[in-house]
Design a protein around this ligand. Structure first.
Ligand code: GUN
Length: 295
């Protein structure tokens, strides 16, 4: 069994990005600038956004964090988005999800100028991804593909089972895994809460991508010997031995599954760091005008 070290790979990629940024600045270009909108004080969102701001520093980017309280109106958020859309200094921006229930996430996502949508959530970017056009790939799926690439894990013709059908991970990663590309070219099955014979389907998989948010869901009896396991889960579970009072737990029963497979991502330190690095890469692409040159 080989551990897929997302932390190590992400550190390497951030160093690559930082070198490119240094060259850009040397050549008289402006620093890439990522802005983030954070609503409320959800612990997970606070942590994610803090990591994104730190990653910007490591890559040599400028970053701006715009905060609103939980009771912000949808219109105020839409106005903030409009300002960022029109700010020539901002290359890309994100609105951290989830949002409070009184705000329509879809309306917010569609208000973002797709040319600055470095999360890759806008329907134009999702559509472009699904037909294989250059676009901002959403961060977690892109991070998973990059891990498969850097560990030389064969995907062509392999059976890939995706657990979960979210817009952020399950659907886009399934799309990328089936794309005529390397990594890609896999035979993909997407399983969800209504799937029958889920265990049997998983047992056929050469690659399992677990993105359900259900701690320890993938057990040893669901895994074919030698399979590759990508764990996207990051659920906070109570842990009185930690200062924070919780620890992160993945969707895979790591202790029992690890010995059975050929490659596996740990939680934390697997997919998580790669998600953030994919956002950094998208921001660099936005600053370079690499996806939408007319912008
Ligand atoms: N919430 C969970 N993952 C993400 C992400 O990749 N981007 C944003 N904006 N919010 C998230």
């Amino acid at each position: 069994m080989q551990l897929i070290d997302g932390k190590k790979i992400s550190t390497e990629i951030k160093a690559e990005i930082a070198r490119t940024v240094a060259e850009m600045v040397e050549a008289g270009k402006k620093r890439p600038h990522l802005a983030a909108i954070l609503v409320g004080h959800d612990g997970g969102s606070e942590t994610y956004v803090a990591h994104k701001v730190k990653a910007c520093e490591e890559c040599g980017f400028k970053s701006t964090l715009i905060r609103f309280e939980d009771d912000v109106t949808e219109q105020t958020l839409l106005d903030a988005i409009e300002k960022l859309n029109n700010d020539p200094d901002v290359d890309g921006f994100i609105v951290q999800l989830p949002l409070p229930r009184h705000i329509s996430e879809q309306r917010i996502i569609e208000a973002i100028d797709y040319r600055k949508d470095v999360d890759g959530f806008h329907p134009i970017n999702v559509g472009r991804m699904s037909i294989g056009l250059p676009t901002f790939l959403s961060a977690t799926p892109a991070g998973i593909i990059e891990l498969l690439r850097r560990y030389d894990i064969p995907t062509r013709g392999k059976r890939c089972v995706v657990l979960g059908r979210s817009n952020i991970v399950g659907k886009p990663v399934a799309m990328l895994m089936m794309q005529k590309a390397q990594p890609g070219d896999a035979t993909v099955t997407v399983c969800h809460s209504a799937t029958e014979n889920l265990k049997e389907i998983c047992r056929e998989a050469d690659i399992i991508i677990a993105a359900l948010g259900s701690p320890g869901f993938v057990t040893e009896d669901m895994v074919k010997p030698g399979a590759t396991i990508i764990d996207v889960g990051t659920t906070r579970v109570p842990d009185s031995t930690r200062k924070s009072g919780f620890r992160l737990r993945g969707d895979v029963d790591f202790d029992n599954v690890a010995e059975k497979c050929s490659f596996i991502t740990p939680v934390p330190g697997g997919v998580g760091p790669m998600t953030i690095v994919s956002l950094m890469r998208n921001t660099l692409l936005a600053a370079q005008g690499a996806v939408y040159p007319e912008n």
